[in-house]
Design a protein around this ligand. Structure first.
Ligand code: PLP
Length: 355
């Protein structure tokens, strides 16, 4: 039976990415060696890394003055690298969920942190609005997509200080105005490749303004100066990421992906709103087009476990909501075909017909 992969991350990758990675594990770039055993300094791998960084710039329309690096440590490492490199006195953060509050916790090790607003009061089911960001902040940090709670900021906020964003779960899902940002970072394992690498886009002139010494590995300038080759980078995840980036280009770029994502999300939310058994958990205006969170309607609460079993039997994988929210979460990242979203919708209709 066909499996439909709704995992939140690591999550679905395109067939193109998986097939090309598998082929390179057998024979990388005609070298007669496996991707797993080649030097990261071989000319063939340096070409992979260079092409991946160049494609990120092309696809996201990254202006001059920015550098792209691939770093180990996942997105969580960026929670500390960002303030280490950028927070001199004070930074502002928006608290929109678990990952945002993890980022806030790390920033507090480095200076004053102004949490300008939080939606914790409603278990992060909405994006705070109407907050103001102090102009003496070194930067304003926000999480563009809250993977666990299914809320998303599909815009680049207008504030008077440089933006820093954790775009782990929605990078490449919509065009962004990179010029507003000092740093954009994203763990690879949703819209890019396998776990093990984070993509970081840094504005060069945002660096060098903090008074503290920065350990070599945690200093963005180290990795920028060595073009992501200061130490051994995660070779396989970077190779796979390149395959995904090539596919994005072939498909027509980020605007095409955005439209596909909007279409997929619209049909799934329409079903959640129509089906008497279910209801969405995120505020309608803040609904994520990447992670669609829903629960059983109050009068059908006792059917939750049954629906999970029913959906699993029909090939749906990974739709259980995060343990802090419960219910269901369908992660419908870029690589998720519309046909899988339609299959889930059919399962929801079939389950409704039974009750
Ligand atoms: C928005 C967001 N930020 C950060 C993280 C943490 O990423 P990592 O596990 O790569 O440290 C995740 C993981 O799911 C995430 O969804």
């Amino acid at each position: 039976m066909k499996k439909h992969n709704f995992y939140a991350g690591p999550s679905i990758l395109s067939e193109y990415t998986i097939k090309n990675t598998a082929a390179a594990v057998e024979n990388f770039a005609g070298t007669g060696l496996s991707l797993l055993e080649v030097s990261h300094r071989s000319k063939e791998f340096v070409a992979v890394s260079d092409e991946a960084r160049a494609l990120v710039k092309e696809l996201l329309d990254v202006p001059a003055g920015y550098e792209v690096v691939f770093l180990g440590g996942g997105a969580s490492m960026q929670f500390c690298m960002v303030p280490f490199n950028l927070l001199n006195k004070k930074a502002s953060y928006l608290d929109t969920g678990t990952w945002a509050s993890n980022a806030i916790k790390e920033a507090k090790y480095f200076g004053e942190v102004d949490v300008v607003a939080s939606s914790k009061d409603a278990n992060y089911t909405y994006i705070p609005k109407g907050y103001s960001v102090p102009e003496d902040s070194d930067y304003f940090h926000f999480t563009s997509n809250n993977t666990i709670f299914g809320t998303e900021m599909r815009y680049d906020p207008d504030v008077k200080v440089p933006l820093v964003s954790d775009m782990s779960s929605d990078i490449f899902s919509r065009p962004i105005d990179v010029s507003k940002y000092a740093v954009i970072y994203a763990g690879a394992q949703k819209n890019l490749g396998p776990a093990g690498v984070a993509l970081v886009i840094v504005r060069q002139d945002a660096l060098g303004h903090v008074d503290r010494p920065i350990p070599t590995m945690l200093n963005y300038n180290t990795h920028i100066a060595k073009e992501s080759m200061f130490n051994t980078p995660p070779v396989l995840p970077i190779y796979s990421s390149l395959q995904t980036l090539k596919m994005y280009k072939e498909l027509g770029g980020i605007k095409v992906l955005e439209q596909r994502n909007l279409d997929k999300a619209a049909i799934l939310y329409d079903e959640i709103d129509r089906n008497k058994l279910f209801k969405g958990t995120a505020a309608v205006e803040d609904r994520s087009i990447m992670n669609v969170c829903f629960v059983m309607n109050d009068e059908y609460k006792e059917l939750e476990a049954d629906f999970n079993t029913f959906a699993s039997a029909a090939g749906m994988v990974g739709i259980k909501g995060h343990r802090s929210v419960g219910g269901f979460r369908a992660s419908i990242y870029n690589a998720m075909p519309k046909s899988s979203v339609e299959a889930l919708i059919q399962v929801m209709k079939d389950f409704e017909n039974k009750h």
